[in-house]
Design a binder for this molecule. Structure first.
Ligand code: GUN
Length: 294
């Protein structure tokens, strides 16, 4: 048996079509142009690549798209002042500060200073709290977890009653919110992490296995329950000498070639969860703009 490969680019393209329609209708009905501000500090090439694709997609969706690039030596106060001015700017409905921030900047006060209604990353404690209390209607949900859940719903429907879900990783950006979403959908959820005893055995219990640890190809075939749905959130760059000296390739947290023989549904890397993160960011931004105008 070879698992069905979820095509994240195809699913993301459908989300983007909906976002474009919602953006156009908001502009037509209320004269409001959806606005997204993306802030990046420093010159990490991977972060710049992510941010450029977010800004580009925002333009494609018909948004006002603005990008602010601060030097790596920027002061905490400088970044805080930029966020404060974006909070005050009525033409901006979504603010995203790309993480991680270069040292010694402290990301937490910056994230918490973003107005919750503009926090399209879903990282503000108000949005995290709404998610934790099951309020999915008035808050904003973190983009990668929301994207991963679209795949889960496509595969299992809305109600995950009776299914065991195991999330490997407990980050605020992904592990915790996706666990809340799975729980909201009635799954029985385990959050596993680096201190979990016998991780392979815990994973083998999962009908839905979600890997978000940032360790290349850590999840092996014998960690996967036969017939499981495997969602790979890892994006790891590893050396690829077969492509030439100094070349690299992207791999997930799951050893795809072996795991796909055991799972029934699996997401590839690249082309799985990655494109969904950007699509859900666009969706959150147009939702924020609709709310601000209504
Ligand atoms: N860095 C990696 N992923 C993300 C994300 O989803 N949001 C932000 N702000 N930074 C990131």
């Amino acid at each position: 048996m070879t698992a069905y490969h979820i095509d994240g680019r195809e699913v993301a393209a459908k989300v983007i079509e909906t976002v474009k329609a919602a953006t156009a209708s908001l502009e037509k009905q209320s004269g409001v142009k959806t606005g997204l501000a993306v802030v990046i500090v420093g010159d990490d090439p991977a972060s710049h690549a992510y941010v450029n694709s977010k800004s580009k997609m925002a333009k494609e969706c018909g948004f006002k798209s603005v990008q602010y690039t601060l030097p790596a030596e920027a002061k905490q106060e400088e970044l805080a002042a930029l966020v404060a001015s974006l909070n005050d700017d009525a033409s901006i409905h979504g603010i995203l500060v790309q993480l991680p921030l270069p040292k010694p900047l402290n990301s937490e006060p910056i994230i918490q200073s973003i107005l919750p209604e503009k926090d399209v990353d879903g990282l503000h404690v108000v949005n995290a709290g709404k998610l934790a209390t099951g309020d999915l209607e008035t808050g904003l949900v973190s983009c990668t977890p929301a994207g991963a859940m679209v795949f889960v719903r496509h595969t299992h429907g809305k109600d995950l009653s009776g299914l065991n879900a195991v999330v490997i990783g407990r980050s605020n950006l992904f592990g915790k919110p996706v666990a809340q979403l799975l729980l909201n959908a009635n799954a029985t959820v385990t959050i596993a992490h680096s201190r979990t005893k016998d991780l392979p055995a815990v994973c083998r219990n999962a009908d839905i296995l979600v890997a978000a640890v940032g360790r290349p190809e850590m999840v092996k075939a014998d960690w996967v329950k036969p017939g499981a749905t495997v969602i790979d959130v890892g994006i790891n760059r590893v050396p690829a000498p077969e492509k030439g000296e100094g070349k690299t390739r992207l791999v997930g947290d799951v050893a795809f070639a072996e795991a796909e023989k055991v799972a029934s549904v699996i997401t590839p890397v690249p082309g799985g969860v990655g494109p969904m993160t950007i699509a859900m960011l666009m969706a959150n931004t147009v939702i924020a703009a609709h709310r601000a105008s209504g």
